[in-house]
Each structure stands twice: as structure tokens, then as C-alpha cells.
Write a protein that binds this ligand. Structure first.
Ligand code: ACO
Length: 335
């Protein structure tokens, strides 16, 4: 009997915008300090897509992933993009990437909305197409331009986020490498812990008397977050999600070579790591350079870890994310 079909991560790529916004720059914008931001979050600077669109970042990350996989765009049979800041309401950013990279006509391309869990949701879906034999090669992208969702006068949120994109190429294999287990979860009842109405907050059909002040209208579009509550739920759900992935993969936490968590806050990551009794060197962090890039965070970190030589063939790497929705997700992969 032939071995089980698996989705192997054949290549990785990422793109970070050129503009750097440091904590010191933020000191000039809101009442905050470099020291407060570093102590509470671990973030030193972030990138801002001042000239890049969502598609620009996604396409560049995807091109780099294809190059690292040694796969041509013409071989791609599925494109899935996790994003909550798409290029337009429609078409999907995935369709824009298909066109920009000249991926074959007829290949399915679509976006998924799961905020910071967007990349892992996209990976979970694409993995199932590949493992079922429906697509031999798939492009999975996580991208967000969160700077457009932030109220830059709100110090409680503007210090946390940045923009960026990451991508992987999945390839069907009957070898041992590939996704071993993956889970995705959501709880829509807790939507108001973390949300951003964006353009949906606007309507041309407002009765004269109901018109909100322009200041209220302005603020209501932007990201809103219950920071402390988010912190606690993030740790609880991420630990549970990792344990589920490990159980489904039939391995123990001690076998994790590298945990790549969503890069939200170093204190959330530390609390998660301690509950799993993982040593510090087995957990990847680059949030000091980029902040929380939402759906971009895990594939950017994976790309950097891979290029730094942190992963060897056969190593177990575990991803975990948490985001608005609420959503949470984890995947265990043999490199
Ligand atoms: N600079 C200086 N002071 C600040 C700032 C700032 N940027 N922001 C808040 N403060 C003040 C507060 O006003 C408060 O002052 P007070 O005591 O006088 O009222 C004080 O600092 C402490 O505020 P807390 O909110 O209690 O600070 P905390 O230690 O909880 O850290 C933080 C806040 C960093 C937001 C933390 O709660 C956190 O990281 N939460 C999780 C956020 C997260 O990960 N979100 C992304 C989820 S993923 C997604 O899908 C988008």
C-alpha cells in the first residue's frame, strides 16, 4: 500500500516594507516610551507599508517562496491567502496574486479571514486539498497591512502592530516530511474582545438626525481591543491548541525542535512556553523587529528561522496562533 499523501513545506518567503517605525518615533506621536513598549511587549520597531499595497507584499513573499521551493508559478494548483486587510473588498487578494505571478487560469484562488490566525487557517485548508490529492502544489500566504486599521492616536493599540507578508509552497509527497496534524478553532461569541470595523463602519444611508460626529465615525472604524482579557485567553487557547496538535501527531512537547508562535507579545509567548515546559531556545521570536504583523507573523518568522538554519530535515516544528474572531489554531510539521 502506498504511503499516506502529505503536504510538505517545500519553500518559504517573506516581505517586510521598507519604512521602519521605531518606539522612539512613536514617542513623538503618542504619550508612550521606548521603555514601556519594550517591557510590556518586547517590541522595538515595526515596518509600515507606506508605499506597498497588500498585493505588493503578498506577491513578493510568494515569489520568494516559489524561488526557495524551486517551483514555478505555472505548477501552482491552489492559492489561499489569510488576510483581514485585503487589497479590495473584492476581488480577493489571492486573485490579484494569481494575476501578478501569472499562475494558471482556472486555478482556485481565495482569501480567508481569521485575523492573526489567518495564515494557519489558510495552511489548514490548503493542507487538506494537498493531502486529498486535489492540488499537487499550493501557495499559502499570510499578509496584513494592519497600519490601515490602527488609530494612530490610541497608544494602547498603535504600539503593537506592523505590516508584512509571509508565504509557503506546499507540495504533495509520500515521504515523512509535511504537516502531521493541524487544528483550527473559533468562538464568535467573544468577537468584541478584538475587532476592527474598517470600511464596514461607513454607510451613505444615515438619517440626518442619526448622523454621528465625524470624530466618533473616525474612531469607530479602527481596531478595538480588551488588552488584558486578550492576553489571558491567548495563552489559554494557544496552549490547548498546541496540546491538541501534539496529541493528533502522536508526539510529546519534548520533541518540539522549534515552536513558532504568533508574534503578538513576548510575555504571551513566555507564558505559553512555560506552560509547555519548553526551553527558551526552542521558541522563535522576531517581534522586536516587526511587532505583531497579524497573518504575516508566523510565515515571516518561519522564513527567517529557515534561512537562519534553525530547521533541519526531520525536525518537528509547531506553529500556534491566536486572533480576532476569536480564532486560534496550531499545526505540527515534520521539516
Ligand atoms: N505607553 C504607555 N503607557 C501605556 C501604553 C503605552 N503605549 N498603553 C497603555 N498604557 C498604560 C495604561 O493606560 C495603563 O495606565 P493606568 O495604570 O494609569 O491605567 C497602564 O499602561 C497599564 O496598562 P495595561 O493595559 O494594564 O498594560 P498591560 O501590561 O496589560 O499591557 C498590552 C498592555 C501590551 C496591550 C497587553 O495587555 C497585551 O499584550 N495584550 C494582548 C494584546 C494582543 O496580543 N493583541 C493582539 C491579538 S492578535 C489579533 O488578532 C490582532
Amino acid at each position: 500500500m502506498a504511503a499516506k499523501l502529505r503536504a510538505k513545506i517545500a519553500g518559504t518567503g517573506s516581505y517586510l516594507p521598507e519604512k521602519v517605525l521605531t518606539n522612539f518615533d512613536l514617542e513623538g506621536m503618542v504619550e508612550t516610551s521606548d521603555e514601556w513598549i519594550i517591557t510590556r511587549t518586547g517590541i522595538r520597531e515595526r515596518r509600515i507599508a507606506a508605499t506597498e499595497s497588500c498585493t505588493d507584499m503578498a506577491a513578493k513573499a510568494a515569489e520568494r517562496a516559489l524561488k526557495s521551493a524551486g517551483v514555478t508559478a505555472s505548477e501552482i494548483e491552489l492559492v489561499v491567502v489569510g488576510t483581514v486587510t485585503p487589497e479590495m473588498s473584492f476581488p480577493s487578494t489571492a486573485c490579484f496574486v494569481q494575476s501578478r505571478l501569472e499562475i494558471k487560469t482556472g486555478v482556485p484562488a481565495f482569501d480567508l479571514s481569521a485575523a492573526c490566525s489567518g495564515f494557519l487557517y489558510a495552511l489548514d485548508v490548503a493542507e487538506k486539498y494537498v493531502a486529498a490529492g486535489v492540488a499537487k502544489k499550493a501557495l499559502v500566504i499570510g499578509v496584513d497591512r494592519f497600519s490601515q486599521l490602527i488609530d494612530w492616536s490610541d497608544r494602547s493599540t498603535c504600539v503593537l502592530f506592523g505590516d508584512g507578508a509571509g508565504a509557503v509552497v506546499l507540495s504533495a509527497t509520500r515521504g515523512k516530511s509535511g504537516v502531521m496534524a493541524s487544528n483550527i478553532h473559533s468562538d464568535g461569541r467573544k468577537w468584541d474582545m478584538l475587532y476592527a470595523p474598517g470600511e464596514a463602519a461607513k454607510t451613505p444611508f444615515v438619517e440626518q438626525g442619526d448622523q454621528r460626529s465625524s470624530d466618533e465615525e473616525h474612531r469607530s472604524q479602527y481596531l478595538s481591543m480588551s488588552g488584558n482579557e486578550t492576553f489571558k485567553v491567548a495563552v489559554r487557547t494557544m496552549v490547548a491548541s498546541i496540546k491538541e496538535a501534539l496529541k493528533d501527531a502522536g508526539i510529546g512537547a519534548e520533541e518540539i525542535k522549534l515552536l513558532i508562535p504568533h508574534q503578538a507579545n513576548q510575555r504571551i509567548i513566555k507564558a505559553t512556553r512555560e506552560r509547555l515546559k519548553l526551553p527558551e531556545e526552542r521558541v522563535y521570536m522576531n517581534l522586536d523587529k516587526y511587532g505583531n504583523t497579524s497573518a504575516g507573523s508566523i510565515p515571516i518568522a518561519l522564513d527567517e528561522a529557515s534561512r537562519e538554519g534553525r530547521l533541519k530535515r526531520g525536525d518537528i516544528v509547531v506553529f500556534v496562533a491566536f486572533g480576532g474572531g476569536l480564532t486560534w489554531s496550531s499545526a505540527a510539521v515534520r521539516w
